[in-house]
Design a protein around this ligand. Structure first.
Ligand code: ADP
Length: 186
């Protein structure tokens, strides 16, 4: 978890590779659907372009079918999910059904102005439709209102591993692996 621009996608790929599990990024799956013009993509795009969350039901159904795929059998890393309380509840029931359990909730902490700068820079390189300054500000607002409170929910379960996400990618990665070393494996 972490606000837009915290570096979740970059770090998720490294962590998943290390553990030999898939990194399941809801943002990436939505963008792939947008790119292919699927019905899911057409629906998701309206929300994404405005910096709003895609409705829970749509997102939950997508994650449920993704984690049922065979490559996720031995475990998986979720990037960008859950983001709402309804998604937390739904994830609990999904993984109860698949026999998985949550080992850790990794939180990347970053400075708000720094992430705006990062995202504006990414906009120049990747040209993502939701990386304009207005939409970035809206995404940060939605994150603060809907997703940040979930850190306390998972904190209450003793699952939160908090890592400083500022600085070089490699340094953040080192911190993440050091912090995850202390998490007991299920
Ligand atoms: P960011 O780091 O800006 O949040 P993502 O690629 O993770 O970027 O997500 C891009 C967009 O995809 C979000 O702004 C939202 O519209 C949609 N999205 C991704 N994950 C979820 C989710 N769990 N619930 C609802 N919408 C989501």
């Amino acid at each position: 978890m972490g606000p837009p621009g915290a570096g979740k996608g970059t770090q998720a790929t490294a962590v998943a590779e290390h553990f030999g599990i898939p990194a399941i990024s809801t943002g990436d799956i939505f963008r792939a659907n947008v790119g292919q013009g699927t019905p899911l993509g057409v629906e998701a795009k309206r929300y994404m372009d405005a910096g709003e969350y895609v409705p829970d039901e749509v997102t939950n159904n997508m994650v449920r079918s993704r984690i049922a795929e065979s490559d996720a059998g031995a475990g998986f890393l979720l990037d960008g999910y859950p983001r709402t309380l309804a998604q937390v509840t739904e994830l609990d029931s999904m993984i109860q059904a698949t026999g998985h359990q949550l080992d850790a909730v990794l939180v990347l902490t970053v400075d708000q102005e720094a992430v705006v700068t990062r995202l504006l820079k990414r906009a120049e390189i990747e040209g993502r439709a939701d990386d304009t300054e207005d939409v970035i500000r809206r995404r940060l607002e939605v994150y603060a209102a809907e997703t940040e409170p979930l850190i306390a929910v998972y904190g209450g379960r003793g699952l939160v591993v908090s890592v400083d996400g500022m600085g070089e990618i490699a340094d953040v990665q080192q911190r993440i692996f050091a912090a995850l070393d202390d998490v007991p494996e299920s």
